[in-house]
Design a protein around this ligand. Structure first.
Ligand code: C5P
Length: 404
């Protein structure tokens, strides 16, 4: 093991089309000053040749456990000891299953058992495979064992489908492996709200909004990747909640409030990313309303402000709110920061078509005496940047954020 300087990185590549992105990861790791050694599974060599990784890493690439010639150089135990960090990108469903089972049936899985270095996985697979109960169970098992994960992300997949299972981008993997936020929330307990709320009108209709929950889910993923224990209280989502996070589904603002307050004790950080409906119908019809009358008037009453209520508690966690504004972003965000008594507020301009329901976002973040602007980018990248900033502000605000 290296003492000081840049860590030695053992990069495992398993079989999947995302293997081509691992080439870029090697380049970036070397640019960052790391020494990289690549170990491929046999299936990975069908996607990228060992020669490519050899050229990029400047080191011989290994595939086989029982390779007398390679073992006479750096044997697998020496390689396992050499590594300061192990990253597997892409990590296929099969590889994750073998790791979860503790198998050592090829060089890569053997190294994962033989090393004491922390292990980071960048899963990549078809969305149905990622959602399969077997993969869910393997993921939970690996996370419980202290394995960290980055991604997968949602979006269009190589198989032509749309959904969660796309490997995280090399920049995100690099960030999770070496970045400033990596491990920064280790041991912290984080509570996040996400998605819209649905306020019933009758058994089949509701008042709601266009929120997809992507930002809250991206924040939960980024907080998890930074080492936090995360609980995500969410309304109806357009995306899956991340693995390794306690997900608490709710429908209404009142149910979200109850779920949040029940889970608030001993939290270090509360992030309100939900687009909570401000009003709900005063009466909820027990039967489906008939469309007999030419007009229908709904009387709406105010919902509780969950964020303001959490912020007014003592002791309380570090509190972060969101603000979707169509005019005077800065003025409105600063007013909301003060009025609700928040530590930090992330504002986005929804008049320009940013934010709500979209995969990208731009944010202006404000706190007492400071601000930072994050330009338009994928919500996953934005979430990591925001988690870094929140961590920095939590540290500045005092040794024990739970008493702020
Ligand atoms: O006041 P406004 O709705 O603009 O505030 C937005 C912020 O407050 C978001 O962080 C949102 O999650 C939170 N909020 C809440 N409960 C409400 C309304 C908003 O927690 N009823």
């Amino acid at each position: 093991m290296k003492t000081g300087g840049k860590p030695n990185i053992l990069l495992g590549v398993s079989g999947g089309i995302a293997a081509y992105k691992a080439c870029e990861l090697v380049r970036r790791l070397r640019d960052a000053g790391c020494e990289v050694r690549v170990v491929m599974t046999r299936a990975a060599t069908a996607f990228v040749t060992p020669l490519t990784f050899q050229a990029l890493s400047g080191q011989p690439v290994r595939m086989d456990l029982l390779d007398a010639e390679a073992e006479s150089g750096m044997d697998h135990i020496a390689l396992a000891r050499w590594a300061d960090r192990v990253v597997i990108a892409p990590a296929s469903a099969n590889l994750m299953a073998r790791l979860a089972a503790g198998m050592a049936d090829d060089l890569l899985t053997t190294l994962c058992l033989a090393t004491e270095a922390p292990l980071l996985l960048a899963p990549a697979m078809n969305r149905v495979m990622w959602a399969h109960p077997a993969t869910r169970a393997n993921t939970e098992r690996l996370l419980t064992r202290g394995v960290r994960m980055v991604g997968p992300e949602s979006g269009s997949q190589a198989c032509g489908e749309e959904g969660a299972g796309r490997m995280a981008e090399p920049a995100s993997i690099l960030h999770a492996l070496l970045g400033p936020g990596s491990g920064s929330l280790s041991g912290r307990r984080v509570l996040i709200t996400a998605g819209p709320t649905h306020e019933p009108i009758d058994p089949v209709r509701f008042v709601g909004n266009r929120s997809s929950g992507r930002m809250g889910v991206a924040l939960a993923t980024a907080a998890r990747d930074a080492g936090a224990e995360v609980c995500l209280v969410h309304g109806p989502l357009a995306v899956e909640p991340p693995a390794g996070v306690e997900a608490v589904p709710v429908e209404t603002a009142e149910a979200m409030r109850v779920a949040v307050l029940e889970r608030l004790d001993d939290r270090d950080l509360f992030i309100a990313a939900a687009a909570v409906a401000d009003y709900r119908p005063r009466e909820v019809a027990g039967q489906k309303l008939k469309k007999d009358a030419p007009t229908l008037t709904l009387e709406l009453i105010r919902n509780p402000d969950i964020l303001a209520e959490v912020a007014s508690r003592r002791p309380r966690p570090f509190v972060v709110g969101f603000a979707a504004e169509t005019t005077d972003l800065r003025g409105n965000a600063l007013a909301k920061l003060a009025r609700k008594g928040l530590d930090l507020i992330a504002a986005n301009d929804v008049s320009a078509g940013q934010g709500i329901g979209r995969p990208t976002n731009a944010l202006s973040v404000f706190w007492q005496g400071g601000e930072r602007l994050f330009p338009e980018q994928p919500k996953a990248d934005l979430a990591r940047a925001l988690i870094d900033l929140i961590t920095e502000r939590m540290e500045r605000s005092g040794a024990d954020p739970s008493t702020t």
